[in-house]
Design a protein around this ligand. Structure first.
Ligand code: RAM
Length: 929
């Protein structure tokens, strides 16, 4: 039977507040038949659920496209709801019935749609202090006959809201994190059911959030502004067609309440004695509350929400530990980003103090020492709750979030019981897409650790860690992007963040090391104040004037996020619009590299590249040997996260790394241009790429496969980026293998080349070395951390050293990028760039190591792809599944004679290079070889 389902609009399920002029529609085709391709579709869009009022009807369209179908009906209006459904035909002559209907609602498309005023609850703020959260309220009347109510809300800071005492939404950390001065998201909620005829109350609480709370490694505050503000309007639509609005204005009232501090990093202070019972309900006496200030403010830069909401997800119960130093510690068993929901009972005025940390020290005591990279830790990941003293009290934060597995119960009025505490993981609620399991349980734990580091660091923006810095480090995001896409649907998450990357890109094309930047200030006044106060000699480096690049920005491998992430998304989701949206940003970065490469570095001026010309151009012009770079970053034998060392090491200059990325991103840009039909640009950048490659080979790659800097990482990079001349390629791989063997099957890569090391070894004749590296358990290796009890990926290969000493964050996903190899190497599920988004993909499994079986599933845009293998006494059994409306080229390790075993089912089978190769359409298959 042919069916169609999983309808999505702009990658989201029934979203409200869409501001795309032609929303992207997508669906999946399901069939019990094999070899099914969609041959035609028919989409209908309507203003009503019964489809009596069609506004767009495509009729039958001959096409196998089932993703990124652009709505092409009449222009849509603000807050308009559109229902849509689809039916399809397939190559077996079957016709489906219409799908269940999906819907989307348009956002506020024009600034004039905003009738509300920005309101500021605070008259004055103490700039350097932690500030109490303002509470805001407004009562209003709802008439009889309400049929539809929408709340359109945003804030400078964070907001949460209530209607008649009930939480208005389960979305957290709204309005999200963007480059606020350029792009500030608003959310639209369906609140019809929360309203009642007669008197109603809207209640709002504002938090400091990213706007003015601690951000980045240095926990600097007031990054975007000093004062919090709220903007919101309720639309009330009645059955007679009339519409009324309740808009934020000077009539809203405000007061401080029990939430005296709510800093995202430092944590909470909540005094439950400051009772405001009923403040968010109608009829509350707010005579002591003050009037808010209605601020005349520009309403530009407001955009509809682009990504999935942040929500409370998995929960964990603790075991209660009594540690050697006499403290009581809760162990939740899993390192997460989130908070603790607690129940407590005691006398009024007594304290509960919880401090959140990632690990115990070598003596088994609670510690934060591993996170104290930028000086001593005070006010960090701490919740202080002062009891009201009336029976059982509940508390959980709302505007703060912590990275932790352990919680030190520093103060508590009674006996600490496990059942009174629940840890809640919080992250952007992305759909889980990939699973991998195999016979080595340590690898399965590695998968879990990597996924948990993703969850812990995908809260609104991709961060390095959920503790020390919580910054959108572009390099980390870039190296992990492909793995992230294996685990979860990250399209809209990255799409939103890439728009911020582009909007913060400097005028010369350079890209920030963090996005939104937390290296620089956005708030000019605060920057001026801070510059005057701060005598730090690194000030100019660390805190540039707003809008200008810091010396730490514009690094190769980090700025390349501008190119690599859009390209990876295109590969995985097949949606060309991401390339269209990001092309100018990607090109500006690539051009910035070209200009930087042409600048001469006096230090190298006697070297041959500065003497030699090719085609009339100086070779050195194609070597990027200027400006600061983070380099490979955190190789196993390097100093841990030492900025001073990074800067003094060749003054932060890494010509081999920078030139390799210059080449790679130039080539990807050429490919992007060719996809977009910009053929002249494609040609120009392809030519430039070839030139950089030639120079790279001439000056960095020796015939014996030694890259100038004879270490593992450059060899990995050279192979992964396809930079080695054909004649040198195998030598580069051989040298890499030699180095790995010489290090007794240990890796020595850092952030940048760890994602690729196993791929390049396996692809260049060393699959067994790849497997041995993967399965290595002694330090440094992935499974070293696993066998030392890690539940997330560590920042350093030696997060917990064999002697128990601690280094760095224990929740940094970068090294977890190896998991891409499990999906695309071991299970062999690989997208193809000419038929992206898994429309036509490859299945090329790799049997090896101690594994007796391995299997992956991946929810692709067409449905579930599956690939697994099982070693048997007779050989290997492969099983794989291909979803309807997609096809795969299957490449199974085998011998020429094996052709016979599959030729009945796959007549086009051929043998090449140790593989039997055939094309397969949708269906489930098992092949024993
Ligand atoms: C560290 C961050 C991040 C890395 C940069 C260079 O402090 O944690 O992971 O990308 O520095």
């Amino acid at each position: 039977m042919l069916e169609v389902g999983s309808l999505r609009t702009e990658y989201l399920e029934n979203p409200l507040g869409v501001d795309a002029a032609s929303p992207r529609l997508g669906w999946k085709v399901y069939s019990s038949e094999t070899n099914v391709m969609q041959t035609a579709y028919h989409v209908q869009a309507s203003g009503t659920k019964d489809f009596n009022d069609l506004i767009w009807d495509t009729g039958r369209v001959e096409s196998d496209h089932s993703q990124v179908i652009l709505y092409a009906g009449p222009p849509l209006e603000s807050l308009q709801r559109v229902y849509w459904r689809v039916k399809v035909w397939d190559n077996h002559g079957e016709e489906s019935i219409f799908s269940e209907c999906a819907f989307f609602e348009i956002g506020l498309l024009h600034a004039s749609d905003w009738r509300a005023w920005w309101i500021e609850p605070e008259k004055e703020v103490q700039i350097d202090a932690y500030k109490p959260a303002p509470y805001i309220r407004k009562e209003f009347i709802v008439r009889k006959g309400l049929v539809r109510a929408r709340a359109c809300l945003t804030a400078k800071g964070l907001y949460s809201f209530y209607l008649n005492g009930a939480e208005g939404t389960d979305h957290l950390f709204t309005p999200g994190f963007t480059s606020y001065h350029e792009r500030l998201q608003y959310q639209i909620y369906d609140v019809t059911r929360l309203l009642q005829e007669g008197a109603n109350a809207l209640g709002i609480i504002l938090g400091d959030g990213w706007w003015r709370g601690s951000t980045g490694g240095a926990s600097l505050k007031n990054n975007f502004g000093y004062k919090l503000a709220f903007l919101g309007q309720l639309m009330l639509q009645y059955e007679d067609g009339t519409i009324e609005w309740v808009c934020s204005d000077g009539t809203f009232k405000t007061s401080y309440g029990p939430l005296l501090k709510s800093d995202m990093k430092a944590g909470d202070l909540y005094d439950a004695r400051i009772d405001m019972e009923g403040w968010n309900q109608p009829g509350y006496d707010d005579s002591s509350w003050e009037q808010v200030q209605a601020a005349k403010d520009e309403l530009t830069g407001l955009i509809a929400t682009r990504s999935v909401p942040v929500r409370q997800k998995e929960t964990f119960s603790p075991t209660v530990l009594h540690t050697p130093n006499g403290e009581t510690v809760l162990d939740f068993g899993q390192n997460i980003a989130g908070w603790v929901d607690m129940r407590v009972c005691g006398e009024a005025g007594t304290d509960v103090v919880l401090i959140h940390g990632e690990t115990l020290d070598k003596d088994g005591n609670f510690t934060l020492q591993n996170l104290a990279h930028h000086g001593p830790l005070e006010d960090f990941q701490e919740v202080r709750y002062i009891l009201k003293g009336k029976g059982i009290e509940h508390y959980r934060p709302r505007f703060s979030i912590f990275g932790f597995r352990y919680v030190l119960v520093k103060k508590h009025p009674g006996i600490v019981k496990a059942e009174d505490f629940t840890a809640v993981a919080i992250y952007s609620d992305m759909e889980q897409t990939g699973e991998f399991t195999c016979s080595n349980p340590l690898i399965n734990q590695l998968v879990s650790n990597s996924r948990w580091s993703q969850k812990s660091n995908f809260m609104e923006v991709p961060t390095d860690c959920p503790t020390r810095e919580r910054a959108g480090w572009t390099g980390d995001a870039q190296v992990f992007c492909k793995t992230a896409a294996n685990f979860m649907n990250v399209h809209s998450f990255y799409e939103k963040w890439l728009a911020d990357l582009a909007s913060e890109q400097f005028s010369n094309g350079s890209v920030g090391s963090t996005v939104p930047t937390v290296i620089g200030y956005h708030n000019k006044e605060e920057w001026e104040r801070f510059s005057k106060q701060n005598k730090d000699p690194m000030m100019a480096i660390r805190r540039p004037e707003p809008g200008t690049a810091s010396m730490l920005d514009g690094s190769s491998g980090w700025g390349d996020a501008a190119v690599i992430i859009p390209w990876t998304l295109y590969l995985c989701y097949g949606d060309q619009t991401i390339l269209e949206k990001q092309f100018d940003s990607a090109k500006a970065w690539v051009d910035y590299m070209a200009v930087s490469a042409r600048k001469a570095n006096e230090r190298f001026k006697d070297s041959p590249a500065y003497q030699n010309y090719t085609d009339g151009e100086l070779d050195a012009d194609y070597i990027w040997d200027t400006s600061f770079h983070w380099g490979e970053w955190l190789e196993a034998d390097s100093e841990f996260n030492d900025l001073v060392a990074a800067m003094s090491k060749s003054q932060g200059c890494h010509p081999d790394v920078a030139t390799a990325y210059f080449a790679y991103s130039t080539r990807l840009l050429a490919e992007m241009a060719s996809v977009l039909g910009k053929l002249k640009i494609a040609e120009e950048y392809q030519r430039r790429y070839e030139k950089i490659k030639r120079v790279y080979n001439a000056y960095f790659v020796q015939d014996n496969g030694h890259i100038l800097d004879d270490r593992q990482a450059p060899n990995v990079r050279t192979l992964a980026f396809g930079l080695a001349d054909t004649a040198k390629r195998q030598a580069v791989a051989d040298r890499l293998a030699e180095m790995v063997v010489a290090q007794k099957h240990h890796l020595n890569t850092g952030f940048l080349s760890t994602p690729f090391i196993l791929h390049v070894l396996a692809d260049h004749g060393y699959p067994e070395i790849a497997y041995r590296l993967l399965e290595q358990t002694s330090d440094p290796s992935w499974l070293y951390a696993v066998s030392h009890g890690a539940t997330t990926i560590w920042e350093s290969w030696r997060g917990i050293k064999p002697d128990g000493e601690l280094t760095g964050s224990l929740n940094h996903y970068s090294y977890g990028a190896v998991c891409d190899f499990l999906f695309t190497g071991i299970a062999g599920i690989r997208p193809q760039w000419k038929t992206p988004g898994f429309k036509h993909f490859t299945i090329k499994p790799l049997v090896g190591g101690t594994l007796t079986h391995a299997s992956a599933t991946y929810e692709s845009p067409y449905g579930v792809i599956q690939s697994g293998w099982l070693k048997t006494e007779r050989g290997v059994t492969y099983d794989f599944g291909i979803p309807a409306n997609s096809r795969a080229t299957v490449m199974l390790p085998g011998k020429q004679v094996d052709i016979k075993r599959v030729s009945a089912e796959f007549p086009d089978v051929r043998y090449e290079d140790g593989h039997i190769i055939f094309a397969a359409g949708s269906g489930k298959y098992t092949i024993a070889l």
